[in-house]
Design a protein around this ligand. Structure first.
Ligand SMILES: [Zn+2]
Length: 279
């Protein structure tokens, strides 16, 4: 069973009331950390990363209003790309949620709310839906976001891109896009069928300042990148002990204990938080 198949299996068992349901992060050391984009809805604060069964240190959490991605070269995609390259992420999940208020807000309602805050319509872009990435359904929005990530030249074909929807009441996760079943997209990207950076529009790359700019001529600041790596490495190996947390049983008593990994995450944080369905 692959990482997200195991995550969803454990999540479904936990929501169904199985107190022994959980994920063994040590079994997926090569696939972790997970990189996830979710909405900013504060109700999600209590759900993640518990609903995924992941310890906090294996969960890289990006958030924006509506978990919206507006283009293959958007600011969010730059962060996703860096999370893969710098933090070693190999699986990206776009996780929408039920009862999303961004989804429920119409363009006219948005205009009214912005006007109440002193935002003038005349100073906003013409196509508000496109600019803010407004969407009709949570599932459609997740599918669109996954498409943008998969098409992005910033995300390599070796990275799986999944789409999920979480029930904000129960914590139940469901597939929207199974990234393991989309190898044809990765193959297409391998062949270079998707746009390259040099094809990006001037607007996508930040406007007039980029006019006439050619990526092939770009001089990257190697010394700065090196310094940043050393700094990040120092943080990662900092021997800070995990906070004392009372241990909980992750597996049934009859099951063999998973092999230890260093550092071993506190079991309570590597266990799907149950039972959301009973709240
Ligand atoms: Zn939302």
């Amino acid at each position: 069973m692959r990482l997200f198949e195991a995550i969803i299996d454990a999540n479904h068992r936990a929501v169904a009331g199985d107190n022994s349901a959980g994920l063994h992060p040590a079994d997926f050391a090569d696939e972790l950390p997970v990189i996830a984009l979710t909405c900013i809805d504060p109700r999600l604060n209590a759900l993640f990363p518990n609903v995924l069964g992941l310890p906090g240190e294996e969960f890289i959490w990006l958030r924006n209003a509506g978990n919206i991605i507006t283009s293959p070269l958007s600011s969010t995609l730059r962060s996703l790309s860096l999370a893969c390259a710098v933090k070693g992420g190999r699986e990206i999940a776009i996780i929408g949620h039920t009862d999303c208020q961004v989804c429920k807000t119409t363009t006219s309602q948005l205009l009214d709310k912005l006007k109440a805050l002193g935002v003038e319509r005349s100073r906003l872009p013409d196509n508000l839906n496109e600019f803010f990435g407004m969407f009709a359904t949570e599932r459609q929005n997740v599918i669109k976001a996954c498409d943008f990530v998969r098409q992005s030249p910033l995300i390599g074909p070796k990275v799986f891109v999944h789409g999920l929807l979480v029930d904000i009441e129960t914590g139940k996760l469901d597939w929207v896009v199974n990234g393991y079943e989309a190898p044809q997209l990765a193959a297409a990207q391998m062949k270079g069928d998707f746009p390259k950076l040099a094809d990006a529009s001037n607007e996508e790359l930040g406007g007039g300042a980029m006019a006439g700019f050619h990526f092939g001529e770009m001089k990257f600041p190697e010394s700065k990148i090196g310094e940043a790596s050393v700094k990040i490495g120092a943080i990662e190996i900092c021997p800070v002990a995990p906070p004392p947390i009372a241990p909980q049983i992750m597996v049934p008593p009859s099951a063999p204990a998973p092999p230890p990994r260093i550092p071993v995450p506190p079991p309570i944080r590597a266990r799907v938080n149950v039972p959301f369905g009973r709240r």
